[in-house]
Design a protein around this ligand. Sequence first.
Ligand SMILES: Nc1nc2c(ncn2[C@@H]2O[C@H](COP(=O)(O)OP(=O)(O)OP(=O)(O)O)[C@@H](O)[C@H]2O)c(=O)[nH]1
Ligand SMILES: [Mg+2]
Length: 451
Amino acid sequence: MADPKREELQVKAKRAILVSVISPSSHINKEQALDELKGLVETAGVKVVGTLVQSRENPHPATCLGKGKLAELKSMVKPVDAELIIFDNNLSPSQGRNIEEETGTIIVDRSELILDIFATHAKTYEAKLQVELAQLLYFRPRLKRLWTHLERIEGGVGAGRGPGEKQLETDRRLLDKRVAELKRKLSEVEKRRERTVSNRFQQLTVSLVGYTNAGKSTLMNALTGADVYIADQLFATLDTRTRRWELPHWGEILLSDTVGFVRNLPHHLVASFKSTLEEARQADLLLHVVDSSNPEVEHHIKTVNEVLEEIGIDYSNALLVFNKSDKVEDRSKLDVLRLKYENAITVSAVSGEGLDRLSQAVIDRLASGYVIVEIETPVGNGKLLSQLEEHSLILSREYSSDDTRVTYRARIARRFLPVLKSSEDTEIRIHDDGDQGSPNQLQHEESIHEV
Ligand SMILES: Nc1nc2c(ncn2[C@@H]2O[C@H](COP(=O)(O)OP(=O)(O)OP(=O)(O)O)[C@@H](O)[C@H]2O)c(=O)[nH]1
Ligand SMILES: [Mg+2]
């Protein structure tokens, strides 16, 4: 069921020249400049037929490339039969138009390309709404150019002249209407999600975040087993990116996967993907997965942290996971990284190396925020039971021999401890040991209430 409106916005041409304008002081050198873009382009199903990199202090305000390079680009198009030119830079609407006029070829910039990839990959209802919204917002100021695309694609007469202002006005109004409609639908979905997420208080959640291609999904499969999609009634509203993860000697938690980050993420996309990252915002712990075999690893870490900050997710407690250790050729580089990021865990989602250590580190992190409580109370203390059900995970109930009293054992976040009020006939004991809350190993006891 292709949505014709969306179809129009997708890159259809298949042969492309890739272009990048980089600053001479950039950490990226000319040879590497297009590596990432090549990966993105291939994901979009486009064939690279030529490349051009210019080192320039600042992109030219009118054409991004300097005059000479622009002429060079123009001369490259015909011999290789390029159907479009893809810039690694983000172009202003007028830069895009100018380059298009100069080269006579469709121009796609970094944001458009990423939007296009997201549009093809969006699977869930919400993701589709978000991508469409992001696309419309991005294209709005570029409508004029888009019309030129369409005319060229259809080989229409008057290519390059663009539609009359009147037509543009009508289009903008239609577009604004659709934007409003998408926003309304999204806010409904968000409300529903908020409810689902907050209902899941008792179940601890860990979220995987990280640069695109770091191996988040692979790690998710390795940790949770390939086919354990959630089919349980209670979580029926979750999509398949959240799975159960059985931590040894700890119990079951939820692990959720998120969309990958890239540098220069289109601004509108960041905003509209905020709610997709709601899982990450509510998570008890973030696992920040990085591809430790990638030479850009430190920049990836920085980018991810910047995006997290931009969308208001606290990453100070994230646990860094150096993935793909099997692929690292120069182990000494990995050692340097590990010295720098001392608490990071090194793993390979493919070979399984380090996964046990990762589970243990996750348990240690989660445990520090939780304690086990033992509460003895008369049977029928409904108020206490409902408090426990709301704020803790009940691990066991045991009745006294005459069935008049019950002892609950429950795991509760420290911050919720004040909720539990002792009374004359209720005794609360907190088990707070080095293992902080592992349900199987209770040692030291600390009583907050003496009967
Ligand atoms: N050698 C090696 N390859 C890995 C490892 N983990 C993941 N990969 C590969 O890296 C590629 C990307 O893996 P994904 O799991 O899709 O990465 P992702 O982080 O989910 O990517 P996005 O969903 O695009 O953000 C795949 O080809 C994986 O097979 C690993 O530990 N070692
Ligand atoms: Mg993935």
